[in-house]
Every structure is written in structure tokens, then in C-alpha cells.
Design a protein around this ligand. Structure first.
Ligand SMILES: Cc1cc2nc3c(=O)[nH]c(=O)nc-3n(C[C@H](O)[C@H](O)[C@H](O)COP(=O)(O)OP(=O)(O)OC[C@H]3O[C@@H](n4cnc5c(N)ncnc54)[C@H](O)[C@@H]3O)c2cc1C
Length: 544
């Protein structure tokens, strides 16, 4: 039986685990926390698919076209075609597994409007789509667990990949329960560790998504792609712990953005783009909001209490609970925040990385979204990517998993010992806070070469002290050892952003405000002997 190691148990990891188990493979699904705590459960608005209940005129071709143009023509056409063609079947599969979609009285899945889409095609479960999908997938994973095909392991933090002779044969983890490094070998390894939110401190996402895995793999020879494309969600509200998302569903239901001037409202998105202005792609809305230089509000009061409570109950609760705002009577003060990462681990269409038998899926992989993601396409990509990787693994060759990893375990133990003994004056939290400040200031909605260079210099300094960092040994070991991987990813991101001397999608350069044909390709970054090297993927290396 082929052995598969999947790291990360959000929607992508679960989808891949179930798909591998369906194909009679033996899966070990590893994560520090249960799936119910993965960022996937936060997904609110929905998942895109052209279904029977969709709007008249919509088609799979139109879903493909919207996705490619939302991504500003740098997402691979073949990959996007596969994604959109398989979307209807994915929604049916999720429904069959028990996902409770919101339906019409006749049982047809309802759809709502989301930004950048020509038709309503976002299927949803109230405003808790992610939670419903995770619940259904966990139940299915448990069924396979009962059959011995899936084994779930918790408290395991990724440390490094076991790459021998250019082939991935497993990974080293830090087992936080036993307090020691542990290796797991497999024929194929799938990375499903989510986005890179923690680089920015407070975002709409989970701090579990810190990008360490991508950063560490990068130093082990894995290429990364399109890191400069970071989606700011236009409508969020700040709370003590994080930025809370006001789902795009509010604008999908007719919500209007405005600011106040001389006592009257300026509906700046509608003034500029007409009737559908509030539902322009997220990068456009966020940039327009930033340009106003004012507090922007989102008004949905006109929908009336009955409809608000029926269609947007979670948004109502959230605003009431965290900010004391009654959205039936008051507008919501909103601000753009970091939300989604189009960039990540570079993968081919079958989700394999440049290292044999190492795959990446879900938000940690960069493939379907180009320069900007359409809302509702990432849950779809997480489920679909898991299935595609499972099919590729089924066809791949088995490898010798009887490898010697004693040196890898010893190296991990040494690193932790050194951290515990450090007398440095810099603490992990201090550097992480500094990093978040740097990323917000220098890699915001509007960027310039000067700011990006300042960011690179700052992160280079943080990196110079990261390995000697002082960390409180009462905290998880992961917190200490992950810092240098996180910083490496941050530096690579800033370098990618500096190398793209144009504006495209979510990447806007005040010193290069125009889109340029010469940059119509993905940015790839690799790590050679401590040097970061970027190149445009003009040959379509990752598009087959
Ligand atoms: C507030 C919010 C709302 C959203 N709404 C929508 C929506 O309506 N529609 C849509 O399409 N998308 C939405 N998204 C995006 C979407 O939720 C994510 O892109 C998607 O769920 C990512 O799934 P994933 O499985 O790749 O990652 P995650 O769900 O983030 O799972 C990552 C897994 O990796 C594990 N992990 C992380 N680091 C390590 C490590 N070092 N070692 C071991 N394991 C690790 C985590 O514990 C977790 O199990 C939303 C995102 C947010 C933040």
C-alpha cells in the first residue's frame, strides 16, 4: 500500500486525505491542532461553481474567463480550466458527504453574488460555509480512520522535509506532546499548511498560518511563486485579537460603500464604476478605499431587519458582539486588511513541486489565482487541489522509505538546545511584532522600490539575530524554531515585490503604476547557497 504523509488538516489536507484513502492508499494526516481549528472553518461567504441552480446565462466558460481575468492573465489556463470544470462535481460531492448548503424549497443549492464575477455562482451555507465543509470532511475522514486508511496525528509541528537524492521521502516534526523531534517517512508528502498570515500580525486569518513551512522548504530547494500578490480584503473591522471579516456577501446582498463629505454620503465605488461598483475585485475596492484617505462605511440597513437576520445573521452577530454596532440601523466602519495569499509554493498542474514526490495544495500553493483571487475560488481550489494531488500520487512511483534520518533528528534537537540556551536580548515576540510592522508599512496596498528595499534591509537584520533568539521555554518549541523560516519567507516576499516593476492585480507600485506586457508571467524565486534569485516563468515551467 502506498504511504502518503499530509501536513496540515484544513480543507485541502482533508480533501487530499479522503481522496487518497478512496484510492486505497495509507494516509498519515498531521497537524498541530484538530481540523476544527484550522483557518478553513473561518471561511464565510461560499464556494464557486456553475450549478443547475445558477443564473441564466452563466457557464463554465464564463467561470474560467472571470477567474483568468480576475488573476490579470498570469494564472495557467489549463489549471484554471480544470478547477472550474470540476467545480459542479465538487459541490455535489461535498453535499453528498453532508455539507449543509443553503437551498431553495425544492432542494437546489442557492447562489449569491461575489466580487469580480459576471454571474451569481457562489454556493453557500449561510455565512459558515467553511465550518460546514470541514464538518462533513472530518466525518468522512473518520470513516476512513475506522477502516485504518487514515491516521490522524496531532501536536505535530513541521520542522523540515526529508529530501534525499532530490526525492522527498518524509518529514521531520517537532512533537509538542513528547517534546522531541520525530520523523515520518512516506512515498509522497503533501504540504497543506495554509497561508502566511502571521507575517503581518493581525489579519483576517489564523496565526497558525505563519508561512514557516514554505520558508523552510524554500531553504531546502523548493521554489516559491508570486509571493508579491497579497489580497487585502476591503471590508474588515478591528478587534483586540484580529481583523474580523465583514463577508463580501454583504455587498453581494446590495451593501454600499461610502464616505462622508460635508455632511453627505459619497458612494465612491458606484460613482467610479457604476451599479456593480461595490462588487469590483477586492484589489480594486481596497485601493479605491485607500485613495479616499477617509474612514469608509458599509451600509446594508436598507435591506431591513427581517432580511438581514435571515441572510446575514453571522455578520449581524459579529458587529453586535465585537463593536456594539446594530447593522440593521447603523453603517459599519470598514477598513482593508491582509486576507489571502495568491503566492506560495510553486506547483505544476498536478500539484507536484520542483522536488520529486513533494506536493503542495490549498492556500500554501500558488496555482489558480494569478495576481488576484476571486472570492469563493479558494475553498474550491483547496478541495480540487487535494483531489488532483491524490490522483497524481496514485500514478507516481513508490520510493524506498527505509532511509537514515538520524542526522536530521540530531540537527533538529541541536537547534532547539541552542535556542533554549540563548542569552540574546531579542525575544521571539519582539521580532515578530517588528516583522508585522515592517510588512504592513513596506508591503501595503501601495508599494514602491524605496519602501520595499527598506523592508528587505529590516528583515535581513531580523534574520541575522533569529537563530540566536531568546525564547521562553514554557512556550511551544515551534514558536522558537519557526522564526527564521518565517523571516526567510518575508524576505523572499519583499524581493519578489521589488522585482515586479509594474502594477498588476493585488500588486500596486506607485513608482510603476501601469501594467506591462514584459511582466505577464509568474515570478519564481529560488534559494541558491544563501542567495535569493527571482526569475519570470515566461517558459511556463509550472504550467504543465
Ligand atoms: C475570515 C476568512 C474568510 C474566508 N472566506 C472564504 C470564502 O467564503 N470562500 C473561499 O473560497 N475562501 C475563503 N477564505 C479563504 C479560505 O478559507 C482558505 O483559503 C482555505 O480555507 C485554506 O484552506 P487550507 O486547507 O489550504 O488551509 P488551512 O485551513 O489554513 O489549514 C492549514 C492547516 O495546516 C496546519 N499547519 C499550519 N502550519 C503548520 C506547521 N508548521 N506544521 C504542521 N501543520 C501546520 C494548520 O494547523 C491547519 O491544519 C476565507 C479566509 C478567511 C481568513
Amino acid at each position: 500500500m502506498k504511504k502518503v504523509l499530509i501536513i496540515g488538516s484544513g480543507i485541502a489536507g482533508l480533501s487530499c486525505a479522503i481522496s487518497c484513502a478512496e484510492k486505497n492508499m495509507e494516509v498519515t494526516l498531521v497537524s498541530p491542532f484538530p481540523s476544527e481549528r484550522a483557518q478553513s472553518v473561518l471561511a464565510a461567504g461560499g464556494i464557486n461553481a456553475v450549478t443547475d441552480s445558477g443564473e441564466v446565462g452563466d457557464s463554465i466558460e464564463c467561470h474560467i474567463k472571470d477567474t483568468l481575468s480576475g488573476g490579470c492573465d498570469i494564472a495557467g489556463k489549463e489549471a484554471v480550466t480544470g478547477l472550474c470544470e470540476n467545480a459542479p462535481e465538487i459541490v455535489r460531492w461535498l453535499e453528498k458527504l453532508g455539507t449543509v448548503f443553503t437551498t431553495d424549497p425544492d432542494g437546489k443549492v442557492r447562489v449569491r453574488a461575489f466580487g469580480g464575477q459576471s454571474y451569481k455562482r457562489t454556493c453557500y451555507c449561510g455565512a459558515s460555509t467553511g465550518k460546514q465543509i470541514v464538518t462533513a470532511l472530518v466525518m468522512e475522514a473518520r470513516r476512513y480512520e475506522g477502516m485504518g486508511r487514515i491516521k490522524r496525528r496531532l501536536w505535530m509541528d513541521f520542522y523540515s522535509a526529508l529530501i534525499k537524492d532530490g526525492v522527498c521521502r518524509g518529514a521531520v516534526f517537532y512533537n509538542e506532546a513528547t517534546n522531541s523531534p520525530e520523523a515520518i517517512t512516506a512515498d509522497s508528502v503533501v504540504i497543506a499548511t495554509g497561508g502566511q498570515n502571521a507575517l503581518f500580525g493581525k489579519t483576517t486569518g489564523s496565526t497558525q498560518c505563519d508561512g514557516y513551512t514554505a520558508g523552510k522548504l524554500f531553504t531546502q530547494g523548493v521554489e516559491l511563486k508570486n509571493l508579491e500578490f497579497i489580497q487585502y480584503h476591503p471590508t474588515t473591522i478591528e478587534t483586540a485579537q484580529k481583523m474580523m471579516l465583514i463577508s463580501e456577501a454583504v455587498r453581494g446582498e446590495g451593501g454600499r460603500l461610502y464616505y462622508e463629505e460635508n455632511g453627505s454620503r459619497v458612494y465612491f465605488m458606484e460613482d467610479r464604476f457604476g451599479e456593480r461598483g461595490n462588487l469590483m475585485p477586492r484589489d480594486v475596492v481596497s485601493r479605491c478605499m485607500e485613495e479616499t484617505g477617509r474612514q469608509v462605511f458599509l451600509d446594508i440597513t436598507f435591506l431591513g431587519k427581517e432580511k438581514i437576520l435571515k441572510k446575514l445573521p453571522e455578520v449581524y452577530e459579529l458587529c453586535k458582539k465585537y463593536r456594539g454596532i446594530d447593522i440593521c440601523k447603523q453603517s459599519i466602519p470598514v477598513t482593508p486588511s491582509v486576507h489571502f495569499f495568491m503566492g506560495g509554493i510553486a506547483v505544476k498542474n498536478n500539484h507536484e513541486t520542483n522536488i520529486k514526490n513533494l506536493y503542495a495544495i490549498g492556500e500554501c500553493a500558488s496555482i489558480y489565482h494569478g495576481a488576484n483571487r476571486l472570492g469563493g475560488n479558494s475553498l474550491l481550489a483547496a478541495v480540487y487541489g487535494g483531489k488532483v494531488a491524490a490522483s497524481a500520487i496514485e500514478k507516481s512511483e513508490s520510493v524506498d522509505t527505509e532511509i537514515d534520518y538520524t542526522a536530521d533528528l540530531a540537527q533538529a534537537a541541536d537547534k532547539l538546545r541552542a535556542l533554549k540556551n540563548s542569552k540574546s536580548t531579542y525575544s521571539v515576540m519582539y521580532i515578530r511584532n517588528m516583522l508585522a510592522e515592517t510588512m504592513h508599512d513596506d508591503l501595503g496596498i501601495v508599494r514602491s522600490a524605496e519602501k520595499l528595499q527598506k523592508g528587505i534591509d529590516d528583515v535581513t537584520f531580523y534574520l541575522s539575530v533569529a537563530d540566536k533568539i531568546r525564547y521562553d521555554s514554557s512556550e511551544l518549541a515551534y514558536f522558537g524554531y519557526s522564526l527564521s523560516g518565517i523571516l526567510t519567507l518575508a524576505k523572499a516576499t519583499l524581493i519578489c515585490a521589488k522585482s515586479r516593476e509594474e502594477s498588476r492585480g493585488a500588486h500596486f507600485r506607485s513608482d510603476h503604476p501601469e501594467q506591462k506586457d514584459e511582466y505577464k508571467a509568474a515570478t519564481i524565486i529560488s534559494f541558491d547557497n544563501g542567495k535569493y534569485r527571482t526569475y519570470p516563468d515566461t517558459e511556463g515551467k509550472y504550467e504543465s
